[in-house]
Design a protein around this ligand. Structure first.
Ligand SMILES: Cc1cc2nc3c(=O)[nH]c(=O)nc-3n(C[C@H](O)[C@H](O)[C@H](O)COP(=O)(O)OP(=O)(O)OC[C@H]3O[C@@H](n4cnc5c(N)ncnc54)[C@H](O)[C@@H]3O)c2cc1C
Length: 559
């Protein structure tokens, strides 16, 4: 059995010992070779790391810190290396060094992929171990990233959220609270204006980094080639986009997903999704997204993080998607799964307080900051209801502000009951925020009751805005027909005028979920008429891949 000093549960699933018959099957995907005492099999930061099964001897997996290192796990014969980074070809988070002479099965990334696709029993065992190992690394703060920041700083909050939503393990040091942070501030000459700082692999220091710089430094997109023409490019890695990616990749299509931020989309902000089929006790959006992301990678889908589609070029085929930052990705077919984003409060000084008191999700905020505090949730839909219920378990009190006269029209009944029955939630109907104030971060909130005209100001430092969403369709630039609210029209909803306006020249009408451009589909919340639910996003993502096959094979008349 492997030895680990990590605080982990389910050790036998995280570090299983393979049976003789499993070892024989796995050996067919690589080569047996001898290894010497002290030999490094992989280093932290390596791309395209091989997968190793230990036959004789021991392998130490360590986290290096300059001249010293910390042991993460000591593998024994029958154990194997790897965690989720191995599926995507991302950089290794740790270093593996052999103890004593021994023997391993050495399997390249392509062999690992074949193994996972062809051997169901080993696939389940490896996938479970990889996922649980990543969770253990996150929980134990092992990895290749250190964030130095301040809990008062909005950009620190945004950086931590980006790493957490991408399930990347990191250590956080707060300049106002941690001794270790002060030492790093001196060593790397970090001034107040440089915060937050990301230190990658103990060497590279990024001051106030953008998401693109973080993704680059930590190798989130390692191995993704931009020049290839893809069968299908999916824009957006929410439930709809990830579903399309899973079905496309598992059915043999070459698929690339582009994602501005992190897998999971809006669902990633949900504390608990309770109405998605198959999860009777509910599942957090982040857990659902993490599973879907790993599943897509298991089948070979590539997901480019911090890669925002800035423009769709539909002037010829293959289509091209221009990314913010300049790359151009070509695609035989495109799936628009860019979803929607929350509407913003109509207040002149809003930008000053975004991430510094005004948030668009509650899941990634340090719970300690909310303990004993009063908070505000704005909005009357299911997402606002979930947030209010979730926050009422942490904060001292939740003020729920809605413009309408009640919740009945906009929220599921089970959430309304929980809100009504909670002594820690006050529902304020016909009420809107009219003022935010504070110096560097939010300190006070003022609201007004539209029915009575009364205003009230309270010392509140956290406002969660969940007021309905606008479609993310700016990047489409007139390529496809939109409805009057900016959602993408598809299939039978397209009128003759819509088709004429985008020069539809085929003899066949658009397929279900196809836009007014042949081979460009729209799924999930971004689609006009879609039911805004995880289940419908996932369903549409899977259905559209059947239609992509038809278009790519030219079977549909007039393809
Ligand atoms: C807090 C919350 C709780 C919810 N709870 C539930 C629930 O309990 N049950 C339920 O059924 N539904 C729930 N919903 C609704 C559900 O999450 C959405 O219907 C679902 O996420 C829609 O999926 P989607 O993939 O279509 O879009 P989204 O989830 O919006 O994902 C779109 C993705 O596209 C990316 N993107 C946007 N523009 C670009 C671009 N130009 N380039 C690259 N990427 C881009 C975004 O970053 C995002 O990741 C909830 C929503 C929220 C916010």
């Amino acid at each position: 059995m492997a030895f680990t000093p990590l605080n982990v549960e389910r050790k036998e699933q995280i570090f299983p010992t393979l049976t003789e018959s499993q070892l024989q099957r796995i050996s067919r995907f690589g080569t047996r070779r001898t290894v010497k005492d002290g030999e490094i099999l992989f280093r932290q930061g390596d791309e395209g790391t091989h997968f190793f099964v230990i036959l004789q001897g021991e392998l130490d997996v360590v986290q290096p810190h300059g001249e010293t290192e910390t042991l993460i796990v000591r593998h024994q014969p029958g154990n194997f290396t790897g965690e989720t980074a191995m599926l995507s070809g991302r950089r290794a988070l740790a270093t593996g060094r052999f103890r004593g002479d021994g023997e391993v099965v050495d399997i390249p990334p392509s062999g690992l992929r074949n193994l996972i696709v062809t051997d169901a029993e080993l696939s389940e065992l490896l996938m479970r171990a990889f996922i649980l190992r990543r969770v253990a690394l996150i929980n134990n703060h092992f990895g290749d990233a250190v964030v130095v920041g301040s809990h008062h700083c909005a950009r620190t909050q945004a950086l931590r959220e980006f790493l957490e939503r991408n399930a990347h393990p990191y250590t956080y040091l707060d300049v106002e609270q941690d001794e270790g942070a002060r030492a790093l501030v001196e060593r790397f000459q970090i001034g107040p204006q440089d915060i937050p700082v990301l230190i990658c692999r103990g060497t590279k220091v990024l001051k106030v980094p953008t998401n693109e710089e973080v993704a680059e430094c930590l190798g989130f997109n390692a191995g993704i080639v931009c020049s290839a023409v893809r069968d299908v490019v999916v824009v957006g890695a929410g439930p709809a986009g990830l579903s399309a990616a899973v079905y496309a990749a598992s059915e043999g299509l070459d698929v690339l997903v582009l994602e501005t931020n992190a897998p999971g989309g809006q669902a990633g902000y949900s504390a608990k999704i309770e109405n998605y089929l198959g999860f009777p006790t509910g599942i957090s959006g982040q857990a659902l997204a993490g599973r879907a992301f790993t599943q897509a990678q298991k089948f070979g889908a590539e997901v480019a993080i911090a890669s925002k589609a800035a423009r769709l070029d539909c002037s010829g085929r293959p289509y091209a998607i221009e990314l913010e930052g300049g790359h151009r990705i070509r695609a035989r077919s495109v799936v628009i799964a860019s979803g929607a984003e929350y509407r913003k409060l109509d207040l002149a000084n809003l930008a000053r307080f975004e991430n510094a008191g005004v948030f668009y999700g509650a899941m990634f905020l340090d719970k300690k900051l909310l303990e004993g505090a009063e908070v505000v949730v704005v909005g009357g839909g299911n997402s606002a209801g979930q947030a209010a219920v979730y926050l009422s378990g942490i904060a001292a009190h939740v003020h729920m502000l809605v413009r309408a006269g009640g919740l009945a029209d906009s929220m599921s009944r089970y959430l309304i009951r929980r809100i009504e029955e909670s002594p820690k939630i006050t529902l304020r109907t016909r009420t809107e925020i009219v003022g935010l104030s504070g110096s560097t971060e939010l300190e006070r909130v003022r609201w007004r009751n539209g029915a009575t005209g009364e205003t009230e100001e309270r010392p509140i430092r956290h406002v969660f805005c969940m007021m309905g969403a606008s479609p993310c369709t700016r990047w489409l630039e007139g390529c496809v027909a939109l409805d009057d609210k900016g959602f993408v029209k598809t299939g039978q909803d397209l009128t003759h005028e819509d088709l004429a306006s985008t020069d539809w020249t085929l003899s066949r009408p658009p397929l279900l979920l196809e836009t007014s451009r042949p081979g460009i589909f729209a799924v999930g919340d971004v689609r006009s008429g879609n039911v805004k639910r995880v289940a419908s996003a996932v369903g549409e993502g899977s259905i559209c891949i059947q239609l992509v096959h038809r278009v790519l094979s030219g079977v549909s008349s007039g393809a």
